[in-house]
Design a protein around this ligand. Structure first.
Ligand code: AHR
Length: 506
């Protein structure tokens, strides 16, 4: 039976801006994300630019990735950046203890990462080592990256071939300090983070946006502890923020941390549990935002969900420490659920990073030697790009919202979001039900709407995925299920599908 939703959207009441940085990405020295994924080295047969894979760069440029977080994750807290500069063969080696216990040769370091960001046309988001690094390392790294002219670190950078400083805005202070980043309590981490953030200086015109590592899931007490310490008062002067944002992490899985569930073989119950848990992100964002509101009602401090996505058992036969997983239509719908929640909280949520870009967790692309495939999640990012920097438009349901009871919780089976930009309105809808079609009847108020075009991502099976042998098993197609009749937009969606339509609403 068709699941139907009626709703109203006021096209002339734009909400907060949806920062493009909600569509950020994450690349850690983990498994085949950096090595083999982004970096193949200058002697590789894989087409590359200065050692960086051309196919991966081209694919990611097409989805306009706004920022890329690096070098971790847990790896960031054992990374000493000076090991990753200078002639590659002379760089010290280390063991990547978190991820596979493999040797890291440090061939991909600061210069390679900044070159990658330039090729991608994306902003770097660098995570400093608070867990095992020193305040001096943090301070020197920022100086190395951003200081012009004559200074010890600027001279060192020039010696290594880059006289000009780079622009770096996003700067992370630690990662998961409650776990791999030092097993600290919030009360221990907060002063440490203040110290690192203080010495992460603004050099010249460069302005850092310092993101203090935050909570896991619903640890609102962590956020509260950081919020209490976010500013330093200067006597009678206006308080200034030491960090500009606080992060949190949330991963979606159908099982438990010890058995997360298979990426491609899952029951309907596991599917619905995944949907329920993905939708939980909305509650988590709201929870952290509510804590922040109590301390910062004018919303100066941003919330950053700088790790999110699905986390499944690794593909059979792969290194358990490499976190390599396939990516199905289910993952695509998880991404759609997250974007709708992000847009609804765009007033506080300023940055988000899916984990991770290539070959690891909920990846955009999977590589195998010379081959590369785009995942269903990639397509949702690409189809959602029109929302970047748009103004959020609230969609108000009228009457009953179709839901399903999952693990005792009522879960909406249709996910909707809309935004306006440059005289156009973009509406994205996901039918989360893999067994029933859905329809959306949307009343468009406040502005005339014309000319609707759209695309759809759909597969016969919610476990469908792309492989080198079948790279377009899940790929967007033109959509003919939209009818615009005056103020009424009707959309028909097949089971387990994601649709984005654009209307002229100037
Ligand atoms: O993304 C994989 C890992 O998940 C990150 O290194 C860590 O921060 C988180 O636990």
């Amino acid at each position: 039976m068709t699941q139907s939703l009626s709703a109203v959207v006021d096209l002339d009441v734009p909400g907060p801006e949806i920062s493009r940085h909600l569509y950020g990405h994450f690349a850690e020295h983990l498994g085949r994300c950096i090595y083999g994924g982004f970096w193949v080295g200058e002697d590789s047969d894989v087409p590359h630019e200065g050692g960086i894979r051309r196919d991966v760069v081209d694919a990611l440029r097409a989805i306009r990735i706004p920022n890329l977080r690096w070098p971790g994750g847990c790896f960031a807290d054992e990374y000493h950046w000076q090991d990753g500069i200078g002639p590659r063969e002379q760089r010290p080696r280390m063991v990547n203890t978190h991820w596979g216990d493999v040797e890291e040769n440090n061939h991909f370091g600061t210069h390679e990462f900044m070159a990658l960001c330039e090729l991608l046309g994306t902003e770097p988001y660098i995570s400093a080592n608070v867990g095992s690094g020193s305040v001096k390392e943090t301070s020197d790294w920022v100086e190395y990256l951003t200081r012009a002219g004559d200074s010890p670190m600027a001279r060192l950078r020039a010696e290594h071939g880059h006289p000009d400083p780079w622009n770096v805005r996003f700067f992370g202070i630690g990662n998961e300090p409650w776990g791999c980043g030092g097993n600290l309590r919030a009360e221990q981490f907060a002063p440490l983070a203040r110290q690192h953030a203080t010495y992460a200086r603004d050099h010249g015109e460069n302005r850092l946006y310092r993101i203090a590592a935050g909570a896991s899931d619903a640890d609102y007490a962590w956020t509260e502890t950081l919020m209490k310490q976010v500013s330093h008062g200067l006597g009678d002067r206006e308080p200034r923020e030491i960090f500009q944002a606080i992060s949190f992490h949330y991963y979606t899985m159908s099982g438990t941390w010890s058995d997360k569930g298979s990426a491609t073989r899952f029951s309907r119950d596991e599917y619905w549990t995944t949907v329920r848990r993905a939708q939980h992100v909305r509650e988590l964002i709201a929870g952290h935002a509510a804590v922040m509101d109590a301390y910062d009602p004018t919303k100066r401090i941003g919330l950053a969900l700088d790790e999110w996505g699905t986390w499944w058992n690794v593909e059979p036969g792969t290194n358990p420490g490499f976190l390599h997983q396939q990516n199905t239509m289910r993952d695509a719908l998880v991404a759609a659920i997250h974007f709708a929640a992000f847009h609804d909280h765009a007033d506080r949520l300023r940055l988000a990073n899916i984990a991770q870009t290539v070959n690891v967790l909920q990846a955009m692309v999977l590589t195998d030697g010379n081959a590369m495939v785009l995942t269903p999640t990639y397509h949702v990012f690409e189809m959602s790009a029109a929302h970047h920097d748009g103004r959020a438009l609230a969609i108000h349901p009228v009457g009953e919202v179709p839901t399903r009871t999952v693990d005792g919780v009522e879960v909406p089976t249709i996910s909707t979001t809309a935004s306006a930009k440059d005289g156009r309105t973009t509406v994205s809808v996901a039918n989360l039900d893999p067994d029933a079609p859905a329809s959306l009847d949307l009343s468009l108020r406040g502005r005339p709407a014309g000319q609707v075009t759209g695309r759809i991502l759909v597969a016969d099976d919610v476990a469908a995925h792309n492989t080198a042998a079948s790279p377009a098993a899940v790929a967007p197609q033109d959509y003919d299920g939209a009818r615009l009749d005056g103020e009424r937009l009707a959309l028909e969606l097949p089971p387990a599908s994601f649709v984005t339509v654009t209307l002229e609403t100037a």
